[in-house]
Ligand binder design. Structure first.
Ligand SMILES: C[S@@+](CC[C@H](N)C(=O)[O-])C[C@H]1O[C@@H](n2cnc3c(N)ncnc32)[C@H](O)[C@@H]1O
Length: 277
């Protein structure tokens, strides 16, 4: 956990969530939020960003803040967060859990995946629904962030989870969270681009921005899985996402929606996938 007194330098950019940000020097974490991206640094990054904007004129700085990490945490989460069967806390505390409740102890630092964002919550609800009907033993979590979905899947009964993220800080954060939750034996963390990291699994979870989903679905790679949970896009993009889905993918209704964001649970039909590959 970061020191609550540690100063964070937060830059708000308009223009989406582009992967090139991840190479910025001193970058601690990235939060995408609709059209905005919040970049976190532990020291001022004005010069780094100035150079970034020269190469990426499509992005602009809309605001910047300086605040202690402790304040960010208070803004970020009220505990425990409850999502369906999951109770999410950021520090160890004794909670009374009923028989079906599952504790997720997630220290997010400034990495995406605290349990607060509607896309994370949609995926957690989707996991809960799916595991009440089936028990996928192997899971691939693309864009794992804090590892929250990988950890939830492991706690629901997955025996092997592969979790991929581009951001090295996400991998470090997810590793610590897996350890905290006692699932480090069943979660394998992989630092890399999700476009190149597609180990076999029964269930695929993806919560990555729309641009990624667009190219992913064009490849029909989703047909290799049995189920897929997909989030990271606004409700208004739903028709576009449905149109992108290959014919193997059948949307389980109802679509999970929260605060203008949507999450899809897909069932992959083998026969259709064989003919579409
Ligand atoms: C919206 S967050 C989701 C985090 C977590 N899975 C959740 O549901 O809360 C997306 C994550 O995907 C990662 N990411 C973005 N593009 C990626 C790519 N091409 N390959 C791998 N990871 C990527 C980001 O670093 C970020 O941690």
């Amino acid at each position: 956990m970061l020191d609550p007194e540690q100063l964070l330098y937060v830059y708000e950019l308009k223009g989406g969530v582009p992967p090139p940000f991840l190479d910025l020097e001193g970058l601690l974490g990235v939060w995408p939020e609709a059209d905005y991206t919040y970049l976190f640094f532990t020291s001022p990054a004005d010069a780094t960003l100035k150079s970034f904007f020269r190469h990426h004129p499509e992005y602009s700085l809309t605001s910047h803040y300086r605040l202690p990490y402790g304040h960010w945490q208070q803004l970020a989460a009220q505990e425990p967060l409850v999502v369906d069967r999951f109770k999410i806390v950021t520090s160890k505390q004794s909670l009374k859990l009923s028989g079906s409740e599952i504790l997720l102890w997630i220290d997010p630092g400034v990495i995406f995946g605290s349990g607060l964002h509607p896309t994370t919550r949609g995926c957690l609800r989707g996991l809960s629904i799916l595991y009440s009907e089936a028990t996928p033993a192997t899971v691939l979590d693309l864009g794992t962030g804090t590892g929250i979905l990988a950890i939830a899947a492991a706690k629901l009964g997955a025996q092997q989870v592969d979790a991929v993220d581009l951001n090295p800080m996400a991998i470090t954060t997810a590793a610590a969270n897996c350890e905290r939750n006692g699932v480090k034996e069943s979660v394998r963390l992989i630092r890399g681009d999700a476009r190149d990291q597609l180990p076999e699994a029964e269930l695929l979870c993806i919560n990555i921005h729309f641009d990624f989903l667009e190219s992913f679905f064009q490849s029909s790679a989703v047909c290799h899985y049995r189920w897929a949970l997909v989030s990271g896009f606004l409700k208004e993009k739903l028709p576009e996402v449905r149109a992108l889905l290959p014919s193997c993918a059948v949307v389980k209704e109802p679509v999970l929606e929260e605060k203008g964001w949507a999450t899809l649970l897909l069932e992959i039909e083998r026969e259709r996938s064989d003919s579409s590959l």
